[in-house]
Design a protein around this ligand. Structure first.
Ligand code: NAP
Length: 481
């Protein structure tokens, strides 16, 4: 069993108040370890250290910051197996999938190590001859980063890397259920020699840490990934000190399959985006809309594939899908399925789960489930289920599919399957979503902008867009009279 510390001012520290919390394995409720919890004093200490580090870190030549990040990237690659094992132990996903997540996170560190060198300013032609207009882009300052449990490794790398590349020190608060992946990642940042104060890791009470970070004027930016409700609350809290805000929030992705689609491909890609992480992803296919003439064939293909999925402990070699994160997640999935069935949906496969072990908050598994004849009034068609359940609704026309897909308060990812180029482009342009996977079930990658419309968030992560939200624009007006 491990006991991990807080990371403040370049040092690993025990909790000053002696507070530690348990981290459980969701597969069976066994204790993975204990994590130190930060008190208010420790949060303030991390803010002061970050504030102090800001000037020196941001004034380093970009090549030097990039050099530290390249070293960090190298170490992350070397130690990927250790991070992946930690991830599976505290989060439950199959080891192979955990390794994929770690590699995805690592690719952001590499991307932003390069991007650090490309923060360009501009000169603008002035309207009178003795004047010059110069535009600089400068780091926004100390950044608070708050991450969720569903991607506890990649979200940490995805947030810290553009921030430090831009010159902003980061104070990270990982999710309470999964702090150890973050600990492993930050240990390597320390080993890479990233100077003290540039990165801090604080675990513990979300309210205490969140409130202290958000009330403080020295913290100039918050970058958050998590639920829409918490994101909205943080946005309101940020208003008092007018912090810059980046939000990556919930989603309710439509997956549209037209009658001219390659159905084998549509089914195969769907398995990836639905079964991955036991359906606990923000870009999971939440609702499948299929054109009526191909519904029967597609449901048949999916039903065969769903019923073959091996469920179990993420460390078992043949496991394809692990447990849900906890008992509350299990009960939410059950509630959505029961609500749909009570309103007329029909069960094709799955529809039940099981519990392993005797811990009341861990060891919850749910069988991959397909429901047909669903309608827009069911909870599952409006709220994130965060489980391996696929509700299917048929449609007749292209316009109807677009209207059904856009009828959501969310706007993160969407998917369209068609072999018609014209239709693919037409529908992609009309979808009110930040991401469209056109015949593609896995669009996420370090060089592309990831983020949502509507209540799915603000700003983007990834690509050259991702560093923008850590930069201020300064205009210098020069008179040479
Ligand atoms: P969550 O409950 O909103 O928690 C996310 C993070 O916020 C955790 O670190 C949590 O800490 C912290 N938090 C909770 N209340 C807080 C408060 N009052 N002040 C400061 N921090 C607070 O979300 P989750 O259940 O972990 O994650 C699932 C959600 O994230 C889903 O909605 C999913 O769609 C979304 N998500 C979005 C993306 C994206 O890129 N758009 C990616 C992944 C996940 P504790 O853990 O300590 O409570």
């Amino acid at each position: 069993m491990r006991t991990e510390k807080l990371y403040i001012k370049g040092q690993w520290k025990d909790s000053a108040a002696g507070d530690y919390f348990d981290v459980l394995n969701p597969a069976d409720g066994s204790l993975v370890g204990k994590m130190a919890a930060a008190g208010k004093e420790e949060v303030l200490e991390a803010i002061a250290a970050a504030d102090q580090a800001f000037e020196e870190w941001s004034n380093l030549p970009a090549q030097v910051r990039s050099g530290y990040m390249k070293k960090w990237h190298e170490l992350l690659q070397e130690k990927e197996e250790i991070i992946a094992r930690t991830l599976t132990a505290e989060q439950g996903k199959p080891l192979e999938e955990a390794l994929g997540e770690v590699r995805s996170g690592t690719s952001y560190v590499e991307w932003y190590a390069e991007e650090a060198k490309r923060v360009y300013g501009e000169t603008i032609p002035a309207s009178s001859s003795p004047k010059r207009i110069m535009v600089l882009r400068q780091p926004v300052g100390v950044t608070a980063a708050i991450t969720p449990w569903n991607f506890p490794a990649s979200m940490v790398a995805r947030k810290i890397s553009p921030a430090i590349a831009a010159g902003c020190p980061v104070i990270l608060k990982p999710a309470e259920k999964t702090p150890f992946s973050a600990v492993e990642i930050i240990k390597l940042a320390h080993e890479a020699g990233i100077p003290k104060g540039v990165i801090a890791l604080l675990a513990g009470s979300a309210e205490l840490i969140g409130d202290t970070l958000l009330e403080d004027r020295r913290v100039r930016k918050i970058t958050f990934t998590g639920s829409t409700d918490v994101g909205k609350a943080l946005m309101k809290q940020s208003a008092d000190t007018v912090k810059r805000v980046s939000l990556e929030l919930g989603g309710h992705a439509p997956y549209i399959v037209f009658d001219d689609a390659d159905l084998d491909k549509a089914a195969e890609e769907l398995m990836g985006v639905k079964i991955k992480n036991c359906g606990q992803t923000c870009v999971s296919a939440n609702r499948l809309y299929v054109q009526e003439s191909v519904e029967k064939e597609l449901v048949q293909k999916l039903s065969e594939a769903f019923s073959k999925i091996k469920i179990g402990n993420g460390f078992d070699k043949d496991t394809q899908m692990g447990p849900l994160i906890d008992g509350d997640a299990y009960r939410k999935v059950q509630e959505h399925v029961e609500d749909a069935l009570s309103k007329g949906a029909k069960l094709v496969t799955g529809g039940e789960g099981f519990h392993k072990g005797d811990h009341d908050q861990a060891g919850y598994y749910y069988k991959p489930t397909i429901l047909v004849d669903v309608t827009a009034d069911m909870k599952i068609m409006k709220e994130e289920t965060f489980g391996p359940v696929l509700p299917i609704q048929r449609f007749t026309t292209e316009e109807e599919a677009i209207q059904l897909a856009n009828n959501s308060r969310y706007g993160l990812a969407s998917y369209v399957f068609t072999e018609s180029l014209n239709r693919g482009i037409r529908v992609s342009e009309k979808l009110e979503f930040g991401i469209v996977g056109l015949n593609d079930g896995s669009p996420g990658t370090a060089q592309a902008p990831f983020g949502g419309f509507k209540e799915s968030g603000l700003e983007r992560e990834g690509g050259h867009f991702g560093i923008e939200s850590f930069l201020e624009v300064k205009y210098v007006s020069i008179s040479m009279k």
